[in-house]
Write a protein that binds this ligand. Sequence first.
Ligand SMILES: [Zn+2]
Length: 412
Amino acid sequence: MTSKNETDEGTGLARQATCPACGHHVAVAFFNGGRQPLATLAWPRSVEAARSMARLPLDFVRCVNCGHVYNAAFDYAAVPYADNPNLMFNRGSVWNDYLEDLRDRVLEHLPESPTVVEIGCGEGHFLRRLAEARPTGRYIGFDPNGEVDIGDGRMAFHRELFEPERDLPVFRPDLVVSRHVLEHLMNPLGFVQVLAFAVSCHNLPTRLFIEVPCIDRVFASGRTADFYYEHNSHFTTRSLQRMLERSGAEVEAIGHGYDDEVVHSFARFAPQRAQAEIAAEGQDFFFRAERARTTIAAQLAELAKSGVRTAIWGGTGKGAAFIANYGADAERFPLVVDSDPLKVGTFVPGAGQPIRFRDVLLEEPATVIIIPTQWRARDIMLEIERTGIVYDRILIEHDGRLIDFLRDPHPY
Ligand SMILES: [Zn+2]
């Protein structure tokens, strides 16, 4: 026999946490930094301010599926992005050489007159490099905190978030660029999947270029200074690749730069027909349910107005859901019965009708019986007849309205 404790020991350091890169739910302990102040965004102006800073938990774990490292105790609200923009300050010449090389690699993947959108473009330095090298294209930057000098008009800038569903069909980019953005997001996988979904919905194949810092080298060196509060999410080559694959992308190329401290990838997103179909089905259900609420509420109002004695069969679960959704209040529909003696004596959640035993209908019959659980309606009808309860009509909900169970067509 294993107790819970023995099981925990058996799994070592494993625990449940959701990986922001691949969505996997098992991680192992990676780095316990205790509680430390913000390292890069607070800029204290005095020794007192520095020493009295709030201490935040550094509880880094590693996803066992993709190798991503992240702070399981991270809270986005604790990071004051709005006060001090997270500018990447790097004017070193090695970095500059790297960017030249990167620009050329990106250009290789672009047509003669490309449309390029950069998400989180900052001051637009990279976009400008592309625009200067291939001036026949359109270059559009998005960044709610950015500031781009659009200069001679080759570039455009939007001080807002790029919203794929809205913006993809407007700009129809050949390439979406995202450099040093995804490692700051709580849910980078969600970000990429939203883009993939827009590709499917609008049937617009799109390429994505992602660049993020890479921690592949920390495993050999054992260095720990990378892991502070603002840097909550650390990609490895594998976790970047898994994130793209989990979003349905075809990873065309993966490469490294700046002494392997960054990893980048070109990925191609083709429309996924199943996603568009599922979305359409969901939306169709949504609007049908909205119409049904209006229709059935009107039918109930008419029933109440007609003065016929109506019983609702079932006051918990689906019965309670029916009563709540269609507003079958206790004033107009006070009679709720159930076959289950255990439920008798309790009250309908929300509306508050007392739930009475079905035999109440023997003494005081109802003209109309509404059965919210369609798939049990036949059994309930047999129970009604066996018990000797009389009625005029049984109503069930089908295809957005209340119908007569005995006279109207339905699949139950
Ligand atoms: Zn993962």
